[in-house]
Design a protein around this ligand. Structure first.
Ligand SMILES: C[S@@+](CC[C@H](N)C(=O)[O-])C[C@H]1O[C@@H](n2cnc3c(N)ncnc32)[C@H](O)[C@@H]1O
Length: 228
């Protein structure tokens, strides 16, 4: 059984890196469903967005929010001067478990539940959901309600991270920035972890392991991703 161990690189949230000007433009023109794929973050004191609205077959864009008990967290890693958003396992992830991360304190409509008295927003959980050092997703524009899932199954994982692969393989200098107080220690740890784990995944695991986007449709009608 393949599983992810705590601290292991899981996958990259891939998409188009755009600046705030272009991001604002797309926020204006995109349908709400597409806005949910825009991951806004701060880098070098500026707002940037990874726009994963286009379905390029990669899996990072399909990982759902869990602000209560996520098993992954998003980290920003700088490779060749460009930020990449990568998910790392917060704890061991077992086969068939859905991969999730905390989108942050964004106004996520699915976190509210209807009661007989009306909408009940779980504010306490929202406040405690963020962890210092995490990169969190700004999803305040999204009204999309679908729920794709990424699960771990028996055989393993293949990570579609071409740019990461080539960057890692190049052995070039890199620097990491993380907008938190724990910047430098995280950077070193994350990069080491990232390098080792990614190398491990690509070079060791992939012959037996494939991360599949399946055509399994469950109750939500959304496609689900299985690690098989
Ligand atoms: C980056 S996409 C995640 C993949 C998406 N679920 C799909 O099927 O394509 C973000 C969008 O997924 C949906 N989503 C994420 N987490 C969710 C959750 N816990 N419950 C319901 N919908 C969620 C929201 O519509 C959000 O805008």
């Amino acid at each position: 059984m393949t599983h992810f161990t705590k601290g292991e690189f899981v996958l990259e949230y891939r998409g188009e890196l755009i600046n705030s000007l272009e991001s604002n433009r797309r926020h204006r023109v995109y349908h709400n469903n597409l806005k949910g794929f825009m991951f806004d973050f701060i880098w070098h004191d500026k707002f940037w967005t990874i726009d994963a609205a286009r379905d390029d077959g990669t899996l990072g864009r399909l990982v759902n929010d869990d602000h209560i008990n996520p098993n992954c967290k998003m980290k920003r890693i700088i490779v060749k001067g460009k930020p990449h958003l990568c998910l790392f396992a917060l704890r061991d992830i077992t086969p068939l478990e859905e991969a999730t991360y905390n989108y942050g304190n964004a106004d996520c409509p699915w976190r509210s539940k209807w009661t007989k008295y009306g909408m009940d927003t779980d504010t306490n959980r929202l406040e405690s959901g963020g962890t210092s050092g995490d990169v969190t997703q700004c999803t305040q524009h999204s009204q999309q309600k679908s729920a794709s899932h990424i699960h771990v199954t028996e055989s393993g994982i293949e990570v579609d991270s071409n740019c990461l692969e080539s960057d890692v393989a190049s052995g070039d200098d890199h620097h990491c920035t993380q907008h938190s107080q724990h910047e430098s220690s995280f950077c070193n740890q994350a990069w080491n972890c990232f390098f080792n784990v990614f190398y491990n995944i690509v070079n060791v695991k992939s012959p037996q392991c494939t991360l599949h986007y399946t055509s399994v449709f469950k109750d939500t009608g959304s496609p689900h991703c299985l690690l098989t």
